[in-house]
Design a protein around this ligand. Sequence first.
Ligand code: 5GP
Length: 187
Amino acid sequence: MSEIGKNLVVISGPSGCGKDTVVKHILKTDDRFVLSVSATTRPKRPTETDGVDYIFLTAPEFIGKIAGGEFLEHTLYCGNYYGTLKSQIEQKVADGKVVVLVIEVEGAANVKKVYPDALTIFVAPPSLEELERRLRNRGTEGDDVIKQRLFKANEELGFKSSYDYIVENNFVEQCAESIINIYDNEK
Ligand code: 5GP
């Protein structure tokens, strides 16, 4: 087993399914887990902090890092680049942590190719209607972006069977607990 792969938990799920809240709950309640802070060219939301939620980069900065081989995986999602920096993973695993990657389906598949031992979990919304309601309530995106993300969500739901586990997010605490239990059982 690769030392890095067995310490990676990859979490995906459509935008608005609540995966970020679930992961925040895991990180708050169990200090074995830390977040892989992704790099992105998406504009920062008012609630986000650079270096904590994401490492916000300009497109030329991001492209420079692709050229420099700094990403484990990267993708273009709804017009913006997102990527997992190798440095995030390697340093945190070396520190004895289990690293949680919250990334979309293409990135998850690419991580699984490099690290087949990585545990992959798909967080599913209770329904598409509920997903739309959550996206609209969040109020962080305009109507066009919401439509684009709902279209993408349909596409992403088609990939859920390629994950090691699927967990439905009805209640944040329960969903977080299920993920921790899955990790412990697999270990
Ligand atoms: P958001 O803009 O809502 O923060 O993220 C959009 C999508 O990009 C989400 O599905 C999120 O999980 C995914 N994402 C965030 N970071 C990364 C990353 O480093 N790599 C990949 N492939 N997807 C990411």
